[in-house]
Design a protein around this ligand. Structure first.
Ligand code: ADP
Ligand code: MG
Length: 474
């Protein structure tokens, strides 16, 4: 080999060495990056753990807080609002009833025609419309005027295009998706816009759900909503409502609206991500349970974890920026990624690109993202399950024995819980985790007697409640 040839060979060797070193360096760095990402996820998973022992502590805490909230106003973070509803529809109701279901972003007008036993809804008509944006920020009077006008048009259409609404009074039920107390609607205001209607109570949407499920199944004792927000209500014995001693109802029972989104217990598995979410929210220290389990927040918790991973590793390339905006990742997207069963996680890739501008994410990194979705969803579903069993415990229907064990002839009593809301009805993995956890906490024998029933239509429930009360007075 000549001198030149030797130099060229030497140069080539040096370049190869440099490339090899760079490759090894990059591989080492990427391994370090990867192990940091995995470590963050592992820490998060540990902090979110919900073994059955911990769930039982949450069950006990829920039952204790329920007692405290029933003992005095302000006795617990659970408001345990009394609804003064002391009977629920049982399927025997007859006649035509109207209802309004005023949600956060839209409202529904409904008409149901009931045919008497057995639980026969002959037909029902529902119209759903968005609440115009300007009214969401306007006065309550403007909002109600709009609602009243829409209702009037709906009734006119339903009554075969008659211009004037006939003189006979219509029976109207009314549901709100938010606590009525906070809205402080005066009855004077209601009377003004409900001219021509006889309104039976403002019903919270959980109460509507309870009513609807009870209409079809009288063993229904509680209703839980897990949608954008979360809440629960149940049927309580009036002698257990200490804060209102001497309260007389014909039936000795009353529906209690728990406002359970505000439940808190030191046994809830709180992580640093929950703390920062709460601190940066518009209502810090409020709605702690809701912030762990409802649709409004699950996507945001996942985003926070992914953002930290993006900041502390480069496994998502340069996604830290796009992951930094609060609430960019909504819960239905989390569900869609979680439920992606394609071998190359195509849906995950699509969502990352379209919604988060995260391009070229590796398959392993996508798997890690799906795992984070799973951790957040599983914790939420299992905590919601513990909340439900907490209600059953308060009612003595959790099979834990004692005088109030609810057993007849040694068997637990059949118990139905109505469950509504997009998270439970549309997110099948969430629903499976929740159902499974209820079984785990209660044990197989008792769980056989507890049914969670998917219910849709709290507005119809409100119409049914109107029917329950008003048909008795006809
Ligand atoms: P709302 O609670 O606003 O009355 P829903 O009960 O329908 O309405 O719940 C809507 C919420 O449910 C959404 O905000 C979202 O968080 C969640 N959600 C809706 N669809 C899905 C889905 N496919 N997967 C998971 N969560 C969903
Ligand atoms: Mg709803």
């Amino acid at each position: 080999m000549g001198r030149l040839g030797f130099r060229v060979a030497l140069g080539c060797a040096a370049v190869s060495c440099a490339i090899a070193a760079a490759l090894v360096g990059r591989r080492l760095r990427s391994r370090r990056q990867w192990s940091r990402a995995v470590e963050l996820v592992r820490e998060f998973e540990e902090a979110c753990a919900t073994p059955v022992g911990r769930l039982r502590q949450v069950v006990d805490a829920m039952a204790v807080e329920m007692h405290a909230g029933l003992a005095s106003d302000g006795g617990s973070k659970l408001k345990m609002l009394l609804t003064f509803i002391d009977k629920l529809p049982d399927g025997s109701e007859e006649g035509t009833y109207y209802a309004l279901d005023l949600g956060v972003t839209n409202f529904r007008t409904l008409r149901v025609h009931l045919g008497g036993k057995p639980s026969m809804i002959l037909n029902n008509k529902v119209e759903c419309q968005p609440i115009p944006k300007e009214l969401m920020t306007g006065t309550i009077e403007e909002l109600f005027n709009f609602v009243a006008l829409t209702l009037k048009k709906f009734v006119q259409r339903e009554e075969n295009g008659v211009d004037q609404i006939s003189d006979n009074t219509k029976d109207l039920g009314f549901t709100f998706s938010f606590p009525v107390k906070q809205l402080s609607v005066s009855s004077g205001l209601l009377i003004k816009w409900t001219k021509g209607f006889s309104v039976k109570d403002d019903v919270n949407d959980t109460v509507g759900t309870l009513a609807l499920c009870h209409y079809g199944d009288e063993d229904t004792v509680a209703a839980v909503i897990i949608g954008t927000g979360t809440n629960a209500c149940y049927l309580e014995r009036t002698d257990a409502i200490i804060k209102c001693q001497g309260l007389l109802t014909n039936s000795g029972v009353m529906v209690v609206n728990m406002e359970w989104g505000n439940f808190w217990s030191s046994h809830l598995p709180k992580t640093s991500y929950d703390i920062s979410l709460d601190n940066e929210s518009s209502n810090p220290n409020d709605q702690g349970f809701e912030k762990m389990i409802s649709g409004m927040y699950l996507g945001e918790i996942v985003r926070r974890v992914l953002h930290r991973i993006a900041e502390e590793s480069e496994i998502f390339s340069d996604a830290a920026q796009s992951l930094s905006a609060p609430f960019v990742l909504r819960t239905p997207l989390v569900a869609a990624m979680h439920e992606d069963d394609s071998p190359d996680l195509r849906e995950v890739g699509r969502i990352l690109e379209e919604h988060l501008k995260m391009y070229g994410v590796s398959k392993n990194a996508k798997r890690l993202i799906v795992h984070v979705c799973d951790i957040v969803t599983r914790r939420a579903a299992r905590l919601a399950a513990a909340g439900i069993v907490g209600i059953l415990k308060k009612l003595g229907r959790d099979g834990s024995g004692g005088v109030a064990s609810g057993r007849t002839k040694g068997k637990p009593r059949r118990t139905v819980v109505a469950v509504e809301g997009g998270l439970y009805t549309k997110y099948s993995i969430f629903r499976e985790y929740l159902n499974e956890a209820v079984g785990e906490i209660l044990g197989e024998e008792v769980a056989r007697y507890v049914l969670l029933r998917c219910v849709d239509g709290s507005g119809i429930g409100a119409a049914l409640l109107a029917a329950t009360y008003l048909s008795a007075n006809r």
